[in-house]
Design a protein around this ligand. Structure first.
Ligand code: MLT
Length: 397
């Protein structure tokens, strides 16, 4: 028998597992250290009240014979949730057919699952630095991966040029890890490039809810022509704290065809075969996010995280450290001080301030020399972390 040898080409462990192990080792060696974790982008606020109420009500329904729900009638998701998502997009001027919306158990799963639609003999283009899942999914499948450097020079927003060649392109905006966010006109350039080159854009919109500035896109479908070249993947994790509840959605336009096949039909075929849908109670909870109360409560949570980002930014400003992000994104991407490498800064910050962040190099070679902090922490702990970071940076002179 033969196994998939491409697994040998992967890093020993997934970035956030490596960090978790490093921090656990440090804690074991320093049991008294009060470590603040601003590494992985996991939320800290509980689910909104209306979401919890929906979970309770749906659980009660599942406990009564007359309201019990068994297998989900459509693997694509319940109409009540798909219609709520349709209205959410319509509110931003994006018209979607509910047949284009597929409920998932989170963005990360579908970012990998979507690759079932494409031949292994395709070239994939990813930005560098990049959310490591895009790379690892394609390494596992044995696909060719090329990188487009994102740097301070291009404001961490790489654009295609006459030499750009790829079949599948990953774009994440607002970006994980850099927080950089494409304008609609920049995305239009990508969309025109993809349509002209027969390529497909996999657009990760997991952080769209953080966009607050005018002119920035929250969905690639705000751009004309995107429905013939882009699949959008989104999540309830960041907008509504579903990191432990698990729900997301993927939009595959009906107008998207490649190589003589319709990708919406292919995805429906794939999902009906390999997926039995997301739990009824979770879909009810997700739908509550879009209720009037849900939206209000969620905005309060997002504002809480935005204030955390401002607290971190203020400390970096005071220390004179360069950074970007934090405005339309929960991530702050900073330049490591004193010429430190990103893992070196990780160790230094853990040891000096007992604060955990994510080394930029973990997101790719171009991330070397940079470091990511998340604003998803508890507010008091974030203030404490910012004060410790500032005090530590001051010791560098
Ligand atoms: C991150 O820290 O990059 C994210 O939380 C990872 C994820 O959403 O899977």
């Amino acid at each position: 028998m033969k196994v998939n040898k491409h697994y040998q080409e992967l890093e020993e462990s997934y970035l956030f597992s490596t960090i978790a192990h490093k921090v656990a080792d440090y804690q074991a060696a320093h049991p008294d250290a009060d470590i603040i974790r601003l590494g992985i982008g996991d939320v800290t606020l509980p689910l909104a009240k209306s979401v919890v109420q929906a979970l309770h009500e749906a659980s009660d329904e599942q406990g009564r014979k007359e309201t019990f729900h068994g297998y989900i009638p459509s693997e694509q998701g319940y109409p009540f949730l798909r219609e709520a998502i349709q209205r959410y997009y319509a509110g931003r001027g994006v018209a979607l057919d509910t047949a284009e919306i597929f409920i998932s158990d989170g963005a990360k799963s579908d970012l990998g699952n979507l690759l079932d639609l494409f031949d292994a003999d395709n070239t994939v283009l990813v930005p560098d630095p990049v959310y490591p899942v895009y790379v690892d999914d394609n390494v596992m499948a044995g696909r060719r991966i090329t990188y487009m450097p994102a740097s301070a020079e291009n404001h961490f927003l790489p654009m295609p040029d006459e030499n750009t060649k790829a079949d599948i392109v990953y774009l994440c905006s607002p970006n994980n890890p850099t927080g950089a966010t494409y304008t609609r006109s920049q995305l239009k350039v990508w969309v025109d490039w993809a349509n002209a080159h027969d390529a497909v854009i996999l657009f990760d919109a997991a952080y769209e809810c953080f966009v607050s500035e005018e002119g920035l896109a929250r969905s690639i479908y705000e751009v004309e022509g995107a429905k013939t070249c882009a699949i959008e993947v989104c999540s309830f994790s960041k907008i509504a704290g579903f990191t432990g509840t698990r729900c997301g959605y993927t939009i595959v336009p009906q107008a998207l065809a490649r190589d003589g096949m319709n990708l919406n039909k292919m995805w429906l075929r794939r999902q009906t075969t390999k997926f039995n849908g997301v739990a009824y109670i979770v879909q009810r909870a997700a739908a509550a996010v879009f209720s009037e109360d849900g939206m209000r409560e969620i905005q309060q949570n997002l504002d809480y995280y935005r204030r955390n980002a401002a607290v971190i930014a203020a400390a970096l400003d005071e220390a004179g450290v360069w950074y970007c992000g934090g405005k339309n994104s929960p991530y702050i991407w900073l330049e490591c001080p004193a010429g430190m490498g990103s893992w070196q800064f990780f160790d230094w910050l853990l040891d000096t301030a007992h604060v955990v962040g994510t080394p930029g190099e973990g997101f790719g070679r171009c991330g070397e020399g940079y470091f990511r902090l998340t604003a998803f922490g508890d507010a008091e702990r974030t203030k404490e972390a910012a004060a410790r970071i500032l005090a530590a940076l001051k010791t560098l002179g």
